[in-house]
Design a binder for this molecule. Structure first.
Ligand code: NDP
Length: 266
């Protein structure tokens, strides 16, 4: 029987998830249908209940419902607990399970680029939901230090304080975004500055070997500045593919190779 999946959000029509999941299904020979689901802003819980009542197997959750999904779950994975947001739902024994696959998606994307996380010194710009979602997987992948830099310092400090109990092997700290300096293996832009067309300034006293921009499909002054320094760069399309593959593997028990789907970008 065809397994039913969907991504639920508002708005939802521009989601690339159906295209990605159908490509994974074709590559792995799994019979599934994956659709877009528009939930009313005040009707998320009823919408997902209807999906599972009708025999749906798994749901991805996107803006603005990831925190609501987290609140509704009966069982959360550790990385969803740290993220305080859920992007992958399924039902088991009458219970609603939730995971957050964004962080593992990023780790898999970095691995596909050949960028090493073992003992890496990582700087993340931004302290919003995306940063919270990637902290535990980056630490578990071996990062020795993660510095979170944010325009609003208190938000970065709070994030570090919240995440610290879950992470023992990685040194965490918070700094102000306008006080960037030092030497890092990897810098990740997890601000939404690129989405709003605003420019981030990377000062000369900040040094890094690789630069990853979580946003994709938009011009990025962050990536422009990194490219001018001659370091390897990447936008966030590979993370999008990575988080989708991780959700697909949770539901279907098979994990397609991320590298095989990067050509879907254009
Ligand atoms: P949030 O709204 O939760 O957080 C936004 C962050 O950006 C905050 O730290 C905010 O700082 C900072 N910020 C916003 N504008 C500026 C600016 N002009 N200058 C400096 N800092 C700024 O967003 P998310 O964490 O959910 O998303 C962040 C980015 O990650 C987005 O570009 C999103 O598209 C991308 N993303 C990509 C994914 C992928 O699969 N590739 C998955 C998830 C997210 P402050 O706290 O001071 O307001």
């Amino acid at each position: 029987m065809t397994r039913q999946f969907a991504v639920v959000g508002n708005p939802i029509e521009h989601s690339r998830s159906p295209e990605l999941h159908h490509a994974f299904a074709k590559a792995t020979g799994i019979d599934l249908n994956y659709s877009n689901r528009l939930a009313p802003l005040d009707g998320f819980a009823a919408n997902i209940q209807e999906f599972f009542n009708q025999g749906g197997t798994g749901l991805n959750v996107t803006v603005p419902f990831k925190e609501q999904a987290y609140q509704l779950c009966d069982v959360l994975t550790p990385r969803a607990q740290v993220a305080r947001a859920v992007n992958t739902l399924w039902q088991q024994d009458g219970k609603l399970y939730g995971d957050n696959t964004d962080g593992q998606g990023l780790v898999d994307a970095l691995n596909a680029l050949g960028w090493k996380l073992e003992q890496a010194n990582v700087l993340i710009l931004g302290a919003g939901g995306a940063t919270r979602g990637v902290m535990l997987p980056l630490a578990q992948a071996g990062a020795s230090q993660i510095v979170v830099a944010n325009r609003t310092l208190s938000r970065a400090q709070q994030l570090v304080e919240d995440v610290q109990p879950f992470i023992t092997t990685t040194t965490l700290s918070a700094i102000r975004l306008d006080q960037l300096s030092g030497q890092f293996d990897l810098i990740i832009n997890a601000t939404s500055a690129s989405l709003s067309g605003e420019a981030l300034q990377l000062p000369p006293e900040l040094h890094f070997q690789q630069a990853y921009e979580m946003a994709y499909g938009k011009p990025s002054s962050f990536l422009d500045q990194a490219a001018q320094r001659g370091v390897p760069i990447s936008d966030g399309f590979s993370m999008l593919v990575g988080q989708a593959i991780e959700a697909f593997s949770i539901w279907n028990g098979v994990k397609p190779a991320l590298e095989d789907f990067l050509s879907l970008k254009s």
